[in-house]
Design a protein around this ligand. Structure first.
Ligand code: FES
Length: 177
């Protein structure tokens, strides 16, 4: 899916929050505004915040900035410890590794027929809006169903002064940028 189509899908799905919402206007080394998510948005287990991260990527016109949408999910303490998360936060790309469609986070299985078909799961899941790949955040994004070849790409981040600061995207995550 082309980038323009991806953003169109996000807008139609109502899954897009303004970049400036999570942004304090400071610039990172690449000249892009730093992406910061207040911890106050993520106080409860399974709370989730959307963000966008801008990174320069190689294109046929040289290095160009590209913006990648992401989720930060706060996992319950026991789950986060089990899979080795930094302070129980799981930061992932909202771009599906299959063909680049938007991934959405669902608290309730009842919101998605595909999840109802799959039976019981103890926690919220991520589902691709195109071919319905299902990812489990409690297992490091493991693909539970569908054609996705791998879990969603992750973001590196630090936690400072009550904020999560996104630092980089996992190599390969710019594939659909
Ligand atoms: S693009 Fe996500 S499953 Fe195909």
């Amino acid at each position: 899916m082309k980038r323009r189509n991806f953003l169109g899908c996000l807008l139609r799905a109502g899954a897009f929050l303004p970049f400036s919402f999570f942004n304090n206007g400071k610039a990172d080394a690449a000249g892009a505004p730093a992406t910061q998510v207040p911890l106050s948005q993520l106080t409860a287990p399974w709370s989730v915040a959307e963000f966008e991260f801008t990174k320069r990527i190689k294109t046929h016109r040289g290095l160009q900035p590209s913006t990648f949408p992401g989720y930060i999910i706060r996992l319950p303490d026991d789950v986060g410890r089990q899979i080795g998360l930094k302070q129980n936060f799981y930061a992932i790309s909202r771009i599906c590794p299959h063909e680049g469609c938007p991934i959405k986070f669902y608290h309730q299985r009842s919101e998605v027929p595909r999840l109802l078909e799959m039976g019981d799961f103890p926690n919220p899941l991520l589902v691709c809006t195109c071919h319905q790949s299902v990812f489990d955040p409690a297992q490091g994004g493991k693909v539970l169903d569908g054609p996705a070849p791998r879990p969603p790409w992750t973001f590196d981040f630090v936690i400072e002064k009550g904020r999560i600061i996104i630092k980089d995207l996992e190599p390969g995550g710019e594939k659909w940028g």
